[in-house]
Design a protein around this ligand. Structure first.
Ligand SMILES: Cc1cc2nc3c(=O)[nH]c(=O)nc-3n(C[C@H](O)[C@H](O)[C@H](O)COP(=O)(O)O)c2cc1C
Length: 190
């Protein structure tokens, strides 16, 4: 699939078939994440994958607990990718401090987009989830203090209701976006 087509068909999927995702496909997504660029090549990410019935339900329930119940669709996803951010890489931390920009979050965003685009190419649906109970998930995973979970990515084969034709998807995605004119200026100061 060509890149422009890929970015047009990718969309968030919040309902999945009850069908496991092949490990090879998950690994291909992670390989794409691995190749992502990052500030000072710090690669401040780690991906914990849950694709079985042992830990995954506990994490999904913890993630969508309390005021985060709107994210209960997480519980139906066959694969959860908890995205861990390590904030302590020295060079990018120094750069972040001087520029007042959290480069590690930019890095994580890029790596995650590699994952979801690769997944789309493989026929998988994904959704970023930022609205989740991070504290509860950190507790279930028993993580160290310097580790954050900025995002969870849910992944699986899209349920029938999400399987529009590519043409319908392209139309829908393109229409939900601001126009090029709204978001860009050539050769102007502002
Ligand atoms: C950083 C980030 C966090 C997001 N968090 C959530 C979330 O918590 N719950 C949700 O349903 N969708 C979430 N989304 C998905 C967006 O709502 C979605 O990408 C946007 O509405 C555009 O729709 P599309 O992905 O179908 O093109 C998130 C997306 C991003 C990039």
């Amino acid at each position: 699939m060509k890149f422009d087509e890929l970015v047009q068909i990718r969309h968030s999927c919040r309902k999945f078939q009850d069908k496991p995702v092949e490990r090879e496909k998950i690994i291909r997504c992670l390989e794409s994440a691995r190749l992502a660029p990052s500030a000072c090549n710090s690669q401040p990410w780690k991906f914990l994958i849950f694709d079985d019935q042992v830990k995954r339900p506990d994490i999904a329930i913890a993630a969508s607990s309390g005021i985060y119940s709107a994210s209960r669709f997480i519980q139906t996803a066959p694969v959860l990718i908890t995205v861990l951010a390590d904030k302590k890489g020295f060079l990018s931390t120094a750069g972040s401090f001087l520029r007042n920009t959290r480069f590690y979050l930019i890095d994580i965003g890029i790596a995650c987009e590699h994952i979801v685009l690769q997944a789309a190419e493989l026929g998988l649906g994904t959704c970023y989830v930022g609205w989740f109970n991070e504290k509860a998930v950190i507790k279930v995973l028993d993580l160290k203090k310097n580790i954050e979970i900025p995002l969870i990515i849910v992944m699986g084969y899209p349920a029938a209701s999400y399987m529009e034709t590519d043409a319908v998807r392209k139309y829908a995605v393109s229409n939900r976006r601001k126009s090029i004119e709204e978001i860009t200026e050539f050769n102007k100061n502002k």
